[in-house]
Write a protein that binds this ligand. Structure first.
Ligand code: GTP
Ligand code: MG
Length: 286
């Protein structure tokens, strides 16, 4: 991510997205499936108001599938449609148009009853930096239209990309900021690579990650770094020291931290979800 969000930038981004709302029928809100809440924009509800929304849990290939299912349920209970996708490998994308139609069902039925011909659904892709907006748009359009990588998109004039007869997509995605003021959310965002490393110390991130994995995915650390289970049960700072030394980095804990953070980011310790659905107090059994 290259954007630094200052109050002026936030106001501008917010204004641009709000202005586009009047042109679209539905918002495709892209979130990172590893952090379905922490990768949302804190003001999105205010910005998009009552527009129908389809929450796309992207990078589902990297997330814990059981958690992804629960999060999908969670979003549905919030009154949104939700889908798990992997934009990079074009998985789950086929369901997008049918699910968008489902989200707009009532309006489309009302229109039909009043004799208004249903036209293509107009949608816009919204999300925080690096969540996969450009990758998804390229997939949907079937060619490279948006630049992918770590550069933020540049907003130009209003243009529509036609996807068959059923969907039209605004040619530029809306980029909004995440909730990085909260320290724990900041760590989660940095651990998955959504925000710059410089905002959080690498050793803090490594310790956070190790603590998280020993708690939620026991055995993964010992498996990856060839440790005994008792070693994995030590406190995260000690665990970091053990891993660093075992790798032959002696007392270079910065190097050890970098290793751990990159491994977690790239999924070398397996699939994981940092935001735990059961911990937000939402009862999903009702
Ligand atoms: N593993 C995985 N990686 C993905 C997926 N979708 C996108 N990526 C990767 O995530 C990174 C960011 O993707 P982009 O499409 O550039 O993200 P963006 O939201 O357009 O980012 P900005 O333009 O900076 O706001 C790229 O390295 C993609 O290859 C996915 O479903 N799975
Ligand atoms: Mg982009």
């Amino acid at each position: 991510m290259t954007i630094q969000w200052f109050p002026g930038h936030m106001a501008k981004a917010r204004r641009e997205v709000s202005e586009k709302m009047k042109y679209v029928d539905i918002v495709f809100e892209l979130v990172d499936a590893r952090l379905p809440l922490s990768s949302r924009n804190p003001m999105l509800d205010q910005i998009i108001q009552q527009k129908p929304r389809l929450v796309l849990l992207n990078k589902a290939d990297l997330a814990d599938p059981q958690q992804t299912k629960k999060w999908q349920e969670y979003f549905k209970q919030q009154g949104h449609q939700a889908l798990a996708i992997n934009a990079q490998e074009n998985k789950g994308i086929k369901a997008l148009i049918p699910t968008a139609k489902e989200a707009l069902k009532e309006k489309r039925e009302r229109d039909a009853a009043r004799g208004i011909k249903t036209r293509a659904i107009r949608a816009m892709v919204l999300g925080i930096p690096n969540v996969g907006k450009s990758t998804l748009m390229n997939r949907l359009v079937g060619k490279k239209i948006a630049q992918t990588g770590n550069k933020p998109g540049v907003t130009k004039g209003q243009q529509w990309l036609r996807l068959g007869s059923e969907l039209e997509l605004l040619d530029t995605p809306g980029i909004l900021w995440p909730k990085f003021e909260d320290e724990e959310i900041g760590k989660k965002l940095a651990l998955t690579g959504a925000i710059k490393d410089q905002l959080v110390h690498l050793d803090d991130l490594a310790i956070y990650g190790l603590d998280f994995f020993t708690r939620y995915y026991p055995g993964k650390i010992s498996e990856r770094y060839g440790l005994e289970i008792e070693e994995e049960q030590s406190l995260a700072p000690e665990l970091l020291m053990t891993i660093t030394e075992k790798r032959g980095y002696r007392q270079d804990y910065d190097r050890g931290s970098e290793l751990v953070v990159f491994d977690i980011r790239q999924g070398k310790l397996g699939r994981y979800t940092l935001d735990r659905c059961e911990e937000i107090g939402a009862s999903l059994d009702e």
